[in-house]
Design a protein around this ligand. Sequence first.
Ligand SMILES: C[C@@](O)(CCOP(=O)(O)O)CC(=O)O
Length: 388
Amino acid sequence: MYLTPFQERMLKGEFGWVYAKALEIIVKVGEALGSDRLVEISHAHVSGVSYSNIGEPGLDFLRDFYREMPRFRVYTTINPGCVDYGMLSQVIDNKYLGKQALIDEALVGMGAKPVFTCIPYYHRPPLPGEHLAWGESSAVIFANSYFGAMTNREGGPLALASALTGFTYYHGLHELENRVARVLIKISPLIYNKPLSLAGLWIGENVRKVPMLEIKEKPLYEIKALLAAMAASGSHALAVLDGITPKGTYKTSIEETITLEFSDVEKYIGETPGTSETVLGYVGCPHTHPEELVILRRLLEKYREPKRGRLLVTMPPEIASTYSSIVRLLLSRKVDIALGTCPVVSVLRKKYDLMLTNSGKAFFYMRKIHGLKVGIASLKEIVESIYT
Ligand SMILES: C[C@@](O)(CCOP(=O)(O)O)CC(=O)O
């Protein structure tokens, strides 16, 4: 691999072993993939920061780096941790508070912004063509597809190495030649009556090449859920969104056209709550966007308190403070609000029979992680099934 004189010096350890090790990881992975140079990045998003996911080995790894007091060389954000930073949730168990604090101290000490979110683009929307090194599959696919930024789907250690060095290997989705849509997917009108994450689950499972999606105008939160579901059930990191993905950040060479019918996606609707079951409604995977908060406020205004189960809403701490009046209204309706975390990366305090969510990604993970039955429903259906 070609390295600039500066990169050579970093690799030789001139700036300390942490930077040398971080660059070595990037160079080794890049060489294994056939990359011949590095590229500067403007934003690293580090996933793999939740104690309940990375445990003691992950904590030790981060603390070893932190002991040398390095600083991230680029703007860096971090994924959710395993605790509710608002300390109000009765659904999320804060049993690893102390361990998570050690992880957070290391990351923030190295210079990460303590955003604790899987929607880092809320804090810094990337520009078209900008090179990034992001972990977190839902954020990666959103960056590439919605903003036209360029990032591969990195694991936590690789994104951390890029935060430290400011570089990633030039390969994959950093190159325009690899951003070619080959399968055109049309979504039939009936699907639009349901959450678009249903379509995402199908595409993730059934389409291997980069898809181009013809979607009717849809709010950002529906696109976020659609893309996240695709990335969870498949290995997608880019979907060209016709009329949305910025021109010049992709090419098209359509080989096949698929029309997605309601009957294709129906099976992902999953379970509907039986009368005796305990239900956890869940909104916020990926983290709740202000657009969804406004809808939740409208839906919840007329109710006083849940009739069955609980509605959990997860969001970044900063959205909660910026939209505090909506959060207060939700809290007054006994919504359980957890900040900077989500059930994918944390422990639940008690067992529920069924989760009702608008998220295809949660549908994919909750059964595996928490052994819950899961059903997919719209925001309105979720609120009504908990509050009426
Ligand atoms: C499922 C996933 O959202 C879990 C995030 O956990 P972590 O930040 O990698 O611990 C990871 C991903 O989708 O990339």
